[in-house]
Design a protein around this ligand. Structure first.
Ligand code: FEO
Ligand code: CA
Ligand code: CA
Length: 739
């Protein structure tokens, strides 16, 4: 959040629909909510290895490792908040750097010098490692769901550390922040975006990448032949000079959260893609004025006429690979320019991590927005699949896709994974969430058969493809609930409930006409700060959870509550620290969220700009209960006209110290993101993204002024420039992570 322009905070939801009925009158009781503590995974009191890490000094001798079936979870001592430029894990655990920006992916790629002179990033780890999934490999080199010592990590490279346009750590002198950008700089920057797949293996307990593995590959923002799949394939909205028939595009960009399909492929979400495109000041006029459909759509996705691009890639030359980043309409036909290029971004993209020869698919049926993760509800044979997704911008929405095809268990191990993806992800229904003040909610289908969509005054949808490509507009039309920036979601392996991180929202305000506090986003307050700049709105975020109705994945109604509210432990308990967080578990701005299939632990990762005056970003382990295990709470606000605004919300049972614990604190200026494990839960991979992000480009020649030198200061790699990196966490006694 130290970035001068917060690309996660794009704010283009100016629709009139209220967050929802924010002046709450009489409402139904929560009687219908499902209750009861669904048992999380075994929590006996076999003390285990709770050797104090960062707090006390009671370094007890480790007890013998308990049997897995009865092991105690969360028995480690909570890691203290810290601003040290290091990665801190509990005593008894080891964190090792595995795969950092620039690391080679082929045998012939030179070692990374990390001085700004490196090239060939198409064969190196990209930047800003983000979401990540594990794909096991057996000893025979074939896909395996049980392998624990050899596998592939498929991960996102979301973005790059920049100040004004230039990704300055990639260039020897910090690069060029003015236009035009030099082609040599742009070629590096386009190549460090996208995804990478890298083989990793463990020998004698030591994990390493396999730099010469034939499995390794990159997709960048320029990779050829990405297929547009599903209802928008071939639609007029997709026609570009690169693909006059509207079936293909190049590359994937700003890849943030991830998912893994039940059939074993990798899903990557394109998040803040809009900011990479340049649009001229005269383009509204060229397109027919402010009421023209394409102008309305571009504005709704944050591209007003005159929008500068994040890096100025369009300025680097006349070659097509640069020109495609300018989306101003030309004088000819759509197939003559890149006016529609932006419509080919903003999707969940499916990739076969095991087979780099298979074309990636952008799944248009899942809608186009600022995608984070894609989490499947529990697959049930004979029933449709559900995919849950968030749109991360202030006031954007939560979505669910329900497949037309019913799940066949045989598809868990298909002969052709990508074709299996076509079966489940190219046809189905897209829904958006409305959260009601009674603790219930509705999934509203985004279809032209809905008269609110067909008759929407602001935008005339041409067909269902238009509804999907402009899903935000369709969701506006049906009055979806504006959320506090939906980030990741994940499904509780114990009970099937779906958890959503709502990271923060500076626009939530008591007197806002369009985003007042509501039941599902109920807090408005000021962040506690030592310094002068106090952040307002909902600076610390919260984690909301949903329990589907009886129809499960296909349900159109649900119950919800807030599992936990982010807060500083010293914040006011009645209005801010509603979950009674204590020193060993307080946090701000939850972002990454992953349930471990091995342990059932819910891992929470932060990307924060509020509590960072006290601590670096962190990861916490949680054993949550279930929707309805807490209580209703009414928050009361005084508006500017002195009237009272009462907001009912539903607060989950306060997570006691044994059910929510800080497990890790990251290096300086990083966010913690991405998480996957070996199937036995004994090796965990996470990403440390953008350490040193607050460094000034002008200080490039003086490493002592970098705000971080991680992981070089941890003994990894050459140079002192900070690098995003994957780390692997193991437990010294060989036990599962989080026990
Ligand atoms: Fe890429 Fe919304 O975090
Ligand atoms: Ca994120
Ligand atoms: Ca984020």
């Amino acid at each position: 959040m130290t970035h001068p322009i917060d690309f996660n905070d794009e704010n283009s939801n100016t629709s009139a629909n209220p967050s929802f009925d924010s002046v709450l009158q009489a409402r139904l009781s929560r009687r219908g909510l499902l209750r009861g503590g669904v048992g999380t995974v075994g929590s006996t009191l076999l003390g285990g290895l709770a050797v104090s890490a960062c707090g006390g000094g009671d370094a007890l001798a480790a007890m013998p490792a308990p049997a897995l079936a009865t092991e105690s979870l969360l028995s480690f001592a909570a890691v203290a908040k810290t601003m040290a430029d290091t990665v801190t894990v509990p005593v008894g655990y080891t964190a090792s750097v595995l795969y950092a920006l620039g690391d080679p992916l082929t045998a012939s790629t030179a070692a990374y010098k990390n001085d700004g002179t490196d090239t060939g990033f198409e064969n190196r780890a990209g930047d800003h490692h983000d979401g990540m999934e594990w794909f096991g490999l057996g000893a025979d080199g074939k896909p395996s769901t049980t392998a624990t010592t050899r596998g592939l990590l498929a991960m996102n490279h979301e973005a790059t550390t920049d100040e004004t346009r230039s990704s300055f750590f990639l260039h020897a002198d910090g690069g060029t922040s003015t236009l035009p950008r030099p082609a040599a700089e742009v070629d590096k920057e386009t190549a460090i975006h996208g995804i990478s797949v890298v083989e990793v293996k463990s020998s004698s307990g030591k994990w390493a990448t396999v730099p010469d593995s034939a499995f390794n590959f990159r997709l960048t923002s320029l990779s050829e032949n990405i297929q547009l799949s599903g209802p928008a394939r071939g639609n007029a909205l997709m026609v570009t000079k690169y693909s006059p028939d509207g079936t293909r595009t190049r590359g994937t960009i700003n890849n943030c959260g991830t998912g893994k399909t039940p059939w074993g492929t990798f899903l990557t979400g394109e998040e803040n893609w809009a900011g990479y495109f340049f649009r001229s000041t005269t383009d509204d006029t060229t397109r027919g004025g402010s009421a023209a459909k394409s102008v309305v759509a571009l504005k709704r996705y944050g591209r007003n006429a005159g929008s500068a691009s994040r890096h100025g890639w369009e300025s680097a030359g006349t070659a097509d690979k640069y020109a495609r980043w300018e989306i101003s309409q030309g004088t000819g036909a759509a197939a003559d320019d890149y006016r529609n290029e932006i419509n080919t971004f903003g999707y969940i993209v499916e990739i076969d991590a095991y087979d780099k020869t298979k074309a990636a698919r952008k799944r248009t049926a899942l809608g186009r927005f600022a995608h984070e993760s894609a989490a499947f509800g529990k697959p049930v044979a004979g029933q449709p699949l559900a995919v849950y997704m968030g749109d991360d911008s202030r006031g954007e929405y939560i979505y669910k896709f329900v497949s037309a095809a019913s799940w066949a268990a045989a598809d868990a191990n298909p002969a052709d994974r990508v074709t299996t993806g076509d079966k489940y992800l190219d046809s189905g229904k897209l829904y958006v969430a409305k959260f009601n003040a009674d603790g219930k909610g509705d999934w509203v289908e985004l279809a032209l058969t809905n008269t609110l969509i067909a008759g929407y005054a602001s935008y005339a949808f041409a067909d269902q493809a238009d509804v999907l490509v402009n899903a935000r507009l369709a969701a506006d039309a049906v009055g979806a609930t504006k959320m506090d920036r939906p980030e990741w979601c994940s499904t509780n392996v114990a009970n099937g409930e779906i958890y959503f991180t709502l990271t923060n929202n500076s626009n939530r305000a008591v007197d806002s006409a369009t985003m007042p506090p509501d039941s599902a986003n109920p807090r408005v307050y000021s962040d506690i700060k030592n310094g002068a700049s106090v952040q307002k709105g909902n600076p610390n975020g919260h984690i909301l959870r949903v329990r589907e109705g009886a129809a499960g994945n296909a349900a159109t109604g649900f119950s919800w509550d807030v599992y936990v509210f982010g807060a500083e432990s010293s914040a006011a308990p009645g209005t801010v620290n509603l979950s009674s967080l204590t020193d060993g578990q307080d946090f701000s701005s939850p972002d990454g969220l992953v349930f471990s299939p091995a342990t059932g632990i819910m891992w929470i990762q932060t990307d924060d700009g509020a509590y960072t005056d006290v601590t670096n970003c962190m990861m916490l382990a949680a054993l949550p209960g279930a929707v309805g295990d807490g209580a209703k709470k009414t928050l009361s606000y005084t508006k500017a006209d002195a009237s009272t605004l009462n907001v009912d919300t539903y607060v989950g049972k306060a997570p006691g110290a044994d059910k929510l614990k800080r497990f890790l604190v990251g290096a300086k200026d990083c966010e913690i993101t991405g998480l996957c494990e070996t199937p036995d839960g004994k090796a965990m991979f996470i990403n440390i993204q953008h350490p040193g992000e607050g460094t000034k480009m002008a200080d490039i020649a003086d490493p002592s002024k970098y705000t971080s030198q991680w992981p070089s200061n941890a003994g990894y790699g050459a140079g002192k420039r900070p690098r995003s990196a994957t780390i692997v966490i193991t437990k010294n006694d060989g036990g599962r992570i989080g026990s």
